[in-house]
Design a protein around this ligand. Structure first.
Ligand SMILES: NC(=O)c1ccc[n+]([C@@H]2O[C@H](COP(=O)([O-])OP(=O)(O)OC[C@H]3O[C@@H](n4cnc5c(N)ncnc54)[C@H](O)[C@@H]3O)[C@@H](O)[C@H]2O)c1
Length: 378
């Protein structure tokens, strides 16, 4: 059976601005403020006594639980996406100290307004030199990932690098090697591998309900900000490629664009029995399974009989229990650091995606040439 996953979105349209945690008006939609923290006990646990929802925060049930925490965790990059990491690290009580870094003073002060206990710095070196900081989340532009992750690993920190891991297979492999040598966790922020609809889609395909998968097509388009350091494939196609693993010849089309009037995140999986459509922009009922198909009728004498060869069956909408993917990702990063486990989206997984992107870009520069995967292509 093919093993495949995919999907997500990058940023909302420019008018939407920041979302999911930090909005442009400075409000948070899901933060947790802790007004009283009883100091660490012998095994490093902390007792959180009273969470105070900040302005516009989702109501959070007061928790009183003991959980082993990291001493400290760093986040570098507080632009559009990094604040979501700060929020989730807070919410999953990942560490006793969270240190956030950005060159931009406005972003630092904006995020520190939301969390009274957040420490901030403009210098990445401060994270590297801080003995408490056991792991660092790199949420800076893609072109900076390799350099920052490499320095962090060399400083003895585990690293979660946001997608895309690096801009070449060579760099990605070097990060994998460095993490192995240092016995540190290298995880990649392939958020959609933690998303409930994508996991559901994976289960449906694996169960054989769709029959043999003939092809997959995916559209990820919106009016987005152009990035200076990478083209749209390195930004958006990562989500679609990240779990495409084909054992047989299956065709996958991925269409990505930063220049489209509509925001579209749609994946279609066509199987021999049924078809599945996953629309990530749908507020509910993101997955639909169509019992549609064509029953091959070798001969027909009338146009009516020809029509009958098409089968229009029921449409099923599976129930999906949503959980913020970044929260699961955050928990996994922390657990892997604590228990020395390998994350689902480890460096090897990240390097595989980089390899596909590299091949796609190589092909793009050569007018659509077929490019084999595996080798580093420059
Ligand atoms: N997993 C997802 O679904 C998802 C979604 C959006 C973005 N991302 C990823 O998150 C990363 C950041 O994207 P973004 O849209 O937030 O970018 P952004 O440009 O909005 O923010 C990047 C921030 O990094 C800071 N920065 C850059 N260099 C720095 C340095 N040397 N030291 C400290 N700070 C530095 C910038 O000042 C800026 O605030 C990218 O890798 C992107 O691919 C992932």
């Amino acid at each position: 059976m093919n093993d495949f996953i995919m999907i997500n979105e990058k940023r909302p349209t420019m008018e939407n601005g920041y979302h999911n945690g930090v909005s442009k008006n400075g409000h948070s939609n899901g933060s947790l403020k802790v007004d009283k923290v009883n100091g660490a006990n012998g095994n490093g646990a902390i007792e959180i006594e009273r969470p105070i929802p900040v302005v516009n925060a989702r109501p959070i049930v007061a928790v009183k639980e003991q959980r082993a925490q990291l001493r400290g965790v760093g986040v570098v990059g507080l632009g559009y996406w990094g604040p979501n990491w700060v929020r989730n690290l807070h919410q999953c009580q990942a560490a006793r100290r969270i240190v956030a870094c950005d060159l931009d003073q406005k972003r630092r002060s904006h995020v520190s307004q939301l969390y009274s206990d957040l420490e901030t710095t403009s210098r990445f070196e401060d994270l590297l030199n801080d003995d408490d900081v056991e792991g660092i989340v790199v949420a800076t532009p893609v072109g900076t990932h390799y350099g920052m992750a490499k320095r962090a690993l060399e400083a003895g920190k585990s690293v979660l690098v946001e997608k895309t891991l690096a801009t070449s297979t060579e760099e990605a492999n070097d990060l994998v090697k460095t993490a192995r040598e240092k016995k540190l966790v290298l995880m990649v922020g392939h958020t959609f591998e933690y998303s409930a609809p994508v996991l559901k889609m994976h289960d449906i395909i694996s169960s054989g309900e769709l029959g043999d998968v003939f092809y997959i097509s995916s559209v990820r388009a919106n009016l987005g900000l152009f990035q200076r350091d990478v083209n749209v494939t390195w930004d958006l196609a990562t989500h679609d490629i990240l779990t495409l693993r084909f054992e047989r010849n299956i065709i996958a089309f991925i269409h990505v664009s930063w220049l489209d009037p509509d925001k579209i995140r749609r994946t279609t999986v066509v199987g021999s029995r049924k078809m599945l459509v996953y629309d990530d922009t749908a507020p509910q009922e993101k997955i639909r399974i169509y019992d549609k198909g064509v029953t091959a009728q070798k001969y027909y004498d009338t146009f009516g009989e020809f029509q009958f060869s098409y089968r229009y069956g029921d449409i099923q909408i599976p129930r999906i229990e949503e959980k913020e993917p970044l929260f699961s990702e955050c928990e996994q990063f922390v657990n892997c650091m604590k228990n020395g486990e390998t994350p689902n989206t480890d460096g090897v997984n990240g390097a595989r995606v980089v390899n596909v992107l590299e091949a796609a870009n190589y092909s793009l520069r050569r007018g659509g040439l077929m490019v084999p995967l595996g080798a580093a292509l420059r």
